[in-house]
Ligand binder design. Sequence first.
Ligand code: UDP
Length: 243
Amino acid sequence: MSTPEQLYEGKAKILYRTEDPEILLAHFKDDATAFNAQKRGEIAGKGDINCAITAHLFRQLEAAGIPTHFIEQVGATEMRVQALKILPLEVVVRNIAAGSLCQQTGLKLGTPLSQPLVEFYYKNDALGDPLLTRDRLFLLELATPDQVEQLTHLALQINQLLSQFFGQCGITLVDFKLEFGLDREQRLRLADEISPDTCRLWNQTESDPDLRVMDKDRFRRDLGNVEVAYQQVLERVLAQAMQ
Ligand code: UDP
């Protein structure tokens, strides 16, 4: 077989073309970045772990009626996905205050939100992925009003499914980031990944604010045992099926 042609290399994944223009191969890397790639490193085994967690979650979200780009996992770090036109948006859902929400609003880390908060960020490294208002989102024509409504609805549905699922794993889903794309029929589908790189996950059996962290904050904040935490998330996720 000839070497696949690389279409795109991101911080955590490489996308390759396949013989079918409708299908891409996503390879999950061990590379880790934070703070808009100012901090770089490697988390041993991360590619395998995040590929397996994403495959498991996407399969289950599909079964629950959420359209995704996922087709099948084809290797330890590879999955076949549907080619989409990715929207340059990061859709963040928050259940508990953490990260930039605390920094920008003064809310104390760990404050439960009375209802989930859905936010849109402009996926643009040069600008540092700024938080968008609805009007700015429309000004830049990043999505139509109808798409924003659909994205919000999908994000909240996914939050409900994932929060319940992680809860059964003994993990609190604090916040997470989603990316979406349009298929040939201009239908929105969930894309990218859902993993400890893109979610804040707190171990419910730990009350210590540093020990409970099971996600990329261990890398961002040099808390150590990053691989161990990611591996624990994988083990718990694989042991559960979404209800
Ligand atoms: N997130 C992500 N990619 C980004 C920015 C954020 O996956 O480029 C995730 C992050 O891991 C967290 C959530 O989105 O689960 C909210 O992140 P936040 O806005 O608090 O930014 P941070 O302070 O983590 O940079």
